[in-house]
Design a protein around this ligand. Structure first.
Ligand SMILES: [Zn+2]
Length: 284
């Protein structure tokens, strides 16, 4: 194994094959579209080339757990109802793959060039937020109680942007902590992360950044995100098309779609992760 890892060309080939296989399996399971599978294969290989087990391990932890939750009780009535409101349903496409993993890859590349624990903490925050948001969406859709808007607290239909449930919020916290625990397990294996950091700082940074990211996601979804109404069936949706016709924009900016909202929330979570890292770092 040592020989393979020391040879950059062989490592690149193995990384491409490995992430290509995961991308293909996800495509066959309809978790990714064809463009999403290609994006995931390239992105996964880049993570392996630029970072150690913490970097690609957290990406895989996010990907496998979110795929699991998205397939969990897929046929459930309330989940199908929520899914009808999303801009994109079914497999994730390339834009969604880059919106979820692109910022993390940037931090991974920066860390390869300028190794510093704050970049690792920023990455932890980003991945915790992305994971918290996905778990909250997939598990929260199964809530028995109707979601409420975070702004104004009025009851709305499942799947509405900016709405929260107790189940979804609990799932967000669990998703954030899951990334923190995965990071703690992966750190001893990773030569690129040989920092002397208290485990509580890792778990705390992931939990705080992940929950803050999920809250930011809901606040943006309730305020500035573009929301449309279908002229045919009357459904409020994130999508510009419904029932085969163009929908009418009710509020929000056209460019402020779900991918932009997710990306903004993960930037904020990255800053919070790095901020907690600054507090936790030993004084020099
Ligand atoms: Zn419609």
């Amino acid at each position: 194994m040592r020989g393979i890892l020391d040879n950059p060309l062989l490592l690149a080939v193995c990384a491409m094959l490995g992430s290509g296989l995961i991308g293909y399996a996800a495509y066959r399971k309809a978790a990714l579209t064809a463009s999403g599978a290609w994006a995931a294969a390239v992105m996964g290989a880049a993570y392996v080339m630029l970072g150690g087990p913490v970097w690609f391990g957290l990406l895989i932890a996010f990907f496998l757990s979110s795929t699991f939750w998205s397939k969990w009780k897929r046929r459930h009535r309330s989940k199908a109802k929520a899914e009808a409101k999303y801009a994109k349903s079914g497999g994730r496409d390339a834009v969604q793959v880059w919106a979820n993993g692109g910022l993390g890859l940037l931090l991974c590349a920066l860390h390869a060039l300028f190794p510093h624990p704050l970049l690792m903490f920023g990455f932890l925050g980003v991945m915790a937020a992305v994971n918290a948001d996905t778990w909250a969406t997939e598990i929260g859709a199964l809530s028995r109680s109707k979601p409420r808007m975070l702004l104004g607290w009025r009851k709305v239909e499942p799947g509405t942007s900016g709405a929260v449930t107790l189940l979804g919020t609990t799932a967000a916290a669990a998703g954030a902590l899951f990334i923190g625990i995965a990071a703690l397990l992966l750190m001893p294996l990773d030569g690129t992360i040989a920092y002397d950091i208290h485990p509580a700082a890792i778990a705390g940074a992931a939990a705080a950044a992940g929950i803050a990211g999920a809250v930011a996601d809901s606040l943006l979804g309730a305020s500035v995100q573009a929301i449309y109404r279908c002229g045919t069936c009357g459904l409020e949706t994130e999508s510009e098309m419904h029932c085969g016709t163009d929908t009418v924009r009710m509020r929000g900016a056209v460019w402020m779609n779900n991918d932009v909202v997710n990306f903004t929330a993960s930037c904020l979570a990255g800053l919070i992760g790095a901020g907690i890292g600054m507090l936790a770092m030993p004084v020099q």
